[in-house]
Ligand binder design. Structure first.
Ligand code: CP
Length: 367
């Protein structure tokens, strides 16, 4: 039962709940007319503090196709965030107007902050270079459809593994399955964050190798997950220019891949996949993006509690939640400059794993 839950990490849902979600997705694809009025009278709010094509528009299309309505903003300059309003106050207001909210924000942990202050379900549509769980739902559904299993897979992840939030979320999700081997293909400067490596090491069924050579790695993998180099996350433009062409998947490299290998990419593609690869039947990234809308229909339905008759959460519960644990004057704080707690200094410190890890962004806390 997912009613009323938030989706901040892909593992916020159990493996069984994910399978239920994917079965619902199957049914929505097979019988869309059955769901065309499932969300009549309900409103989805989209709060996009960063650009998006697929995530925002597929969420909006999903709600429209369920018979619901959509409000929101695609540019923070048109919201009161431009006047300095906090994430907490913004979501408190959105909670009064909508039944479910989707947030994308450049700060790591921003969606978690929104969920802490929301009266309605919050969906993380990407928080900086941290997590992107609904992309993971799309990726998993594509893997399920194209490979028929979530176990016994060698998955190559290639490109910007440091800032690539879709990579972090996909690894996070796949670590729960049996016999998964990750081949991490990146330059040294763009390798996955330590907290993601710790997750793989802690997962009994998983292992990884670092292999910066795509020509070599492509021979081993069942799935090649390409990513773009995330220009907007670099502190230095020179560093971006130096690394931006680290990997380019072309028809020649595809010749070395297995016949049943599939290529995924969260998109947008910049120049890391040539147009010739689009024609290869192993290239699945366009259908992957298409699945995204159906998976998000299933997600909205599940969080709102089924097809019809669920109670609205607006009104009665308003303003019961308040911010607890005011920010202490101590010396401990998150050292990650991209953490939401360093953007909004009114936020309380929140830690997990015995106080060693920032609850917002997963960075290690240093005294
Ligand atoms: N995959 C993805 O998040 O795409 P958008 O940035 O276009 O939403």
């Amino acid at each position: 039962m997912l009613t009323g839950k938030n989706l901040i990490y892909p593992t916020d849902f159990t493996v069984e709940q994910l399978e239920d979600l994917f079965r619902l997705t199957d049914d929505i694809i097979a019988r869309p007319e059955k769901y065309a009025r499932s969300c009549v009278g309900k409103i989805l709010a989209t709060m996009f503090f960063e650009p998006s094509t697929r995530t925002r528009l597929s969420f909006e299309a999903a709600m429209e196709r369920l018979g619901g309505k959509v409000l929101g903003f695609a540019d923070p300059a048109s919201s009161s965030a431009a006047k300095g309003e906090s994430i907490a106050d913004t979501i408190r207001m959105i909670s009064c107007y909508a039944d479910i909210a989707v947030i994308r924000h450049p700060a790591e942990g921003a969606a978690h902050v929104a969920a802490l202050h929301s009266f309605i379900p919050v969906i993380n549509a990407g928080d900086g270079g941290h997590q992107h769980p609904t992309q993971t739902l799309t990726d998993l559904y594509t893997i399920r459809t194209k490979k028929g299993r979530f176990h016994d897979l060698t998955i190559g992840l290639c490109g910007d593994l440091k800032y690539g939030r879709t990579v972090h979320s996909l690894i996070h999700a796949m670590c729960r399955y049996e016999n998964i081997h990750f081949v991490l293909i990146s330059p040294e400067e763009l390798k996955v964050p330590d907290y993601v490596i710790r997750e793989i090491e802690a997962a009994p069924g998983c292992s990884y190798t670092l292999n910066p050579d795509l020509d070599d790695a492509i021979r081993q993998v069942d799935i090649l997950y390409m990513t773009r180099i995330q220009r907007e996350r670099f502190a230095s433009q020179e560093e971006y220019l130096r690394l931006k062409d680290s990997y380019i998947l072309d028809a020649q490299k595809m010749q070395n891949a297995r016949e049943d290998m599939i290529v995924l990419h969260p998109m947008p593609i910049v120049n890391e996949i040539t147009g010739a690869v689009d024609e290869d039947p192993r290239a699945c990234y366009f259908v992957q993006a298409q699945y995204g809308m159906y998976v998000r229909m299933a997600l909205i339905l599940s969080l709102l509690g089924g097809q019809e008759g669920y109670p609205t959460v607006c009104g009665a519960k308003m303003f019961e939640k308040t911010c607890v644990n005011p920010r202490p004057n101590g010396t401990v704080h998150c050292k990650n400059p991209k953490c939401v707690s360093n953007l909004d200094l009114t936020l309380p410190i929140r830690v997990k794993e015995g106080g060693r890890v920032c609850e917002y962004c997963d960075a290690t806390i240093e005294p």
